[in-house]
Design a protein around this ligand. Sequence first.
Ligand SMILES: *[C@@H]1O[C@H](CO)[C@@H](O)[C@H](O)[C@H]1NC(C)=O
Ligand SMILES: *[C@@H]1O[C@H](CO)[C@@H](O)[C@H](O)[C@H]1NC(C)=O
Length: 555
Amino acid sequence: MADNCKPVTVFPCVFVCEIQVSQQDLDDTFQPPFKSCVLDGNVASVMCSYNKVNGKPTCADKDLLEGVIRGDWKLNGYIVSDCDSVDVLYTQQHYTKTPEEAAAITIKSGLDLNCGNFLAQHTVAAVQAGELSEEDVDRAITNNFIMLMRLGFFDGDPRELAFGSLGPKDVCTSSNRELARETARQGIVLLKNNGALPLSAKSIKSMAVIGPNANASFTMIGNYEGTPCKYTTPLQGLGASVNTVYQPGCTNVGCSGNSLQLSTAVAAAASADVTVLVVGADQSIERESLDRTSLLLPGQQTQLVSAVANASRGPVILVVMSGGPFDISFAKASDKISAILWVGYPGEAGGAALADIIFGSHNPSGRLPVTWYPASYADTVKMTDMRMRPDTSTGYPGRTYRFYTGDTVFAFGDGLSYTKMSHQLVSAPPSYVSMQLAEDHPCRAEECASVEAASDHCEDLAFDVKLRVRNAGEVAGAHSVLLFSSPPSAHNAPAKHLLGFEKVSLAPGEAGTVAFRVDVCRDLSVVDELGGRKVALGGHTLHVGDLKHTVELRV
Ligand SMILES: *[C@@H]1O[C@H](CO)[C@@H](O)[C@H](O)[C@H]1NC(C)=O
Ligand SMILES: *[C@@H]1O[C@H](CO)[C@@H](O)[C@H](O)[C@H]1NC(C)=O
């Protein structure tokens, strides 16, 4: 961990802006992923961040650390600060007057461990000054020592224990390398295909592999990375099956005007049977402490793609390697660009996995995990504006697939396959579900828009959704079934919400069943304006693709 601790850069947003988050957005959007990690994933550690939320640094927020994380979610483990965030709340945010006060307030709020050396320097003085009790320190130490025990620190000589003898030889095994390749294959998303993909390697005499990420190695493993034993770059992956001609097109990913090498790239595309363009980003464009300010491809990359596509003799496959999304509407609309793939940062075997997909030995099944907005979105929406819900009075468009209803370049969940999958409902959920309210429940006497998603009326209130998925195409493939629900409009509810997903692998002609258990109070509830969970009464529409079914919730 210590090796990954970077010096703190004071970037204006985190330390100066007051991030305001409503209770509704906090409980409905920002906390659920963390809650799921603690409750469903049983993580052993939670890290509090550098920034303030609603005026309070998170490492000094007792309601959050002790109340929510350790209290409501029952964290079994320790809470650690982001590196130097205790220092930052004193020296940069001036949240406390003295360093001792910073040590005291964070430990008393529930912090157990500090990544950095601030607590080591100031905790003793805080206790001596009477700002912190030894009992509070004991609690933190106890949580840390329990973790050391769970990790086997007191179980004897590490060389004699199972994990003590692990080394590089255990990392670079063929099965681990195959796992890296399979992971990349499963993550790659096919966003456009006019039929050009998969390519037949046998019929290709020459392939132009062009772009600043065409021979990417380190870029593929992203940020906060380990050290792989071997990389397979896109050029190397594709070159294992066909003859390639490589042109970077730009000397770097930033691709400013004077790094553009258009004529050699255009010439390569003009004489090849097929062109694969690998563009996108790297850590010079997006990383911790470096946010993008535009959704367009960096520098002159759009010009490179257009010029190469115009000049190509054969089909053009555009590959975007990046962490974040891009507005590539021009490529989506272009007849010259036959197919588009998003590979994320695909890891050490990314180039091999890309070749597996381009040449069809693997059928893509990845889905987009985020909305790809048009470039104008970044100009309209301040990235420090945390509101999820649209505000029609100011033209604020809202955020994410759950609330944003404007145009997208590609939508959350998009992802094509080389085969055709069809869905069919096998056992339809009921058309209505009745809740038995207690005798004295106010909603028995008067009409309510919603009832609380807790207490007796929630018990055993669940139903099944079963779907039959059929592979109606010619090739085997995996398919993710995404089940969404659209709740009634009470409480400014999201337009839709992903209830769950299941992936099935099917041979050509084969059919399989996918089942979801929908718990009414857990899965169909929304968060109200004050942060309470409510189940809206009325029609909840469940949908998978074009398939829709409405369940009426009554009391
Ligand atoms: C591609 O990248 C690899 C790994 O960094 C390097 O060894 C190789 O020389 C590069 N190939 C070309 C043609 O530049
Ligand atoms: C590509 O071709 C189109 C139509 O022929 C032209 O309008 C456009 O300027 C060309 N783009 C580039 C970047 O050469």
